[in-house]
Write a protein that binds this ligand. Structure first.
Ligand code: ZN
Length: 402
């Protein structure tokens, strides 16, 4: 597996690094944050996502609990009714944040849960018990699904399970097995998915719109755009291929450890609060652009919060929203609407100065007071909005600091 820090960052994939770090922080905070990387084969999206496995912090669970019960808040069928004393007597253990994969050929029993054959066939004490599947076992962690568009196309029943698990935060999963009572467990896991919208069966938004909308962010992955970036990728690939079998050097290990500790410490900080004028801004965005789901606003809010935390700022700024806006709306509005929204937001000359003067409440909502004239109805699946892939985030921050 490639080292997360060795992977080349370029204009086409930068947002994905940001998204995985934001989602990891949110997962550690107990609040799932679902991300979907869309891009051509060979753009390295799955490599980036999988490489996070090397820097997963640890969580504490009740010893041996396959559902990863938090000793302070047990939720599984076996532990949820126990007293704190009984829980304490079971002991605890530390495991890395779960990172489990669902392949597009997975079966429902593997994903949700099935009858535990080892317990059923135990000659000393046969009993009918359930074995939790991948989703309940990923509680407090990450579920990774490559080719999610194919999964949605070929396994509608697994898609339904995912819709339940991602529907609310935390979600839930039902484990059903003939002859046993249906068991429902809460699940708090972030879903990370990847797909190639240009390959069969096409973009997820066209196959199962509902599932596509469950993702807080969709990150369009592009090719590197300069020759220097390509050279860098080739050189890194060459080095990592030569080094693939060797252990990480002490320096690499310590840098990775540093990044892990950094993300963990951000996750333990108090959550920032969205200032009122930015909430107003989002409300106006929703009304004036006829956004289809309130999920979009929730996603923007949560993403902006995480982005500000990742940038180690103690307040959320409009630049946080502008950075995450295209990723939260990419799969939810047409590219024409998205372009229009971004143009309106970016062209507002008052953004920098008004935040500084602390009087933005008067100005920002006015941005959207008039109904846009050229916005299109969102009944068609969103088009790619490639020009918005990369935002001039650094420039914005510079502008805000002026
Ligand atoms: Zn448990």
């Amino acid at each position: 597996m490639k080292n997360y820090l060795q992977l080349t960052r370029h204009t086409g994939n930068n947002s994905l690094f940001l998204a995985v770090e934001m989602s990891l922080i949110s997962t550690l905070r107990g609040s799932p944050f679902h991300i979907h990387a869309e891009g051509l084969r060979g753009t390295g999206k799955t490599t980036i996502m999988r490489s996070v496995k090397m820097m997963l912090p640890k969580i504490t669970r009740i010893k041996g609990c396959l559902y990863n019960c938090d000793p302070a808040d047990p939720h599984c069928p076996q532990h949820k009714h126990m007293t704190p004393e009984e829980i304490a007597s079971l002991g605890t253990e530390e495991i890395p944040v779960p990172f489990l994969e669902i392949s597009h050929s997975a079966k429902i029993g593997t994903v949700a849960g099935t009858i535990d054959l080892s317990k059923l066939t135990n000659p000393n004490q046969p009993e009918a018990a359930l074995l939790p599947g991948i989703i309940p076992q990923a509680h407090r962690g990450i579920i990774f699904i490559d080719e999610i568009n194919r999964l949605a196309d070929t396994s509608p029943e697994i898609t339904d399970v995912l819709l339940d698990a991602m529907g609310t935060k935390p979600g839930r999963v039902q484990i059903e097995e003939t002859g046993l009572p249906v068991v429902e467990v809460p699940v708090s896991a972030s879903v990370w998915a990847a797909s190639n919208p240009d390959e069969e069966p096409g973009p997820l938004a066209e196959i199962r719109r509902q599932l596509s909308d469950r993702f807080d962010l969709v990150i369009p992955i592009g090719r590197p755009s300069t020759a220097e970036e390509v050279v860098d990728i080739l050189e890194t690939n060459e080095t990592t291929q030569q080094q693939n079998d060797r252990e990480l050097s002490p320096q690499e290990r310590s840098r990775l450890e540093q990044l892990k500790n950094n993300l963990e410490s951000i996750a333990h900080q108090d959550e920032l609060k969205m200032p009122e004028y930015l909430t107003n801004f989002l409300a106006n965005l929703y009304i004036n652009y006829n956004l289809e789901s309130l999920r979009a606003l929730e996603a923007i809010r949560q993403a902006a919060l995480l982005h500000a935390a990742l940038r180690k700022r103690n307040q959320i700024m409009i630049s946080d929203i502008i950075t995450v806006l295209p990723l939260a709306l990419y799969h939810r509005v047409s590219s024409a609407t998205l372009t229009e929204i971004m143009n309106t937001v970016n062209s507002n000359k008052m953004i920098g100065s008004s935040e500084k003067k602390n009087e933005p409440a008067l100005r920002l909502p006015r941005l959207f007071q008039q109904k846009p004239t050229q916005s299109q109805p969102d009944d068609t699946p969103p088009q790619r909005a490639r020009s918005l892939r990369n935002l001039p985030e650094d420039e914005l921050i510079k502008k805000e600091k002026q």
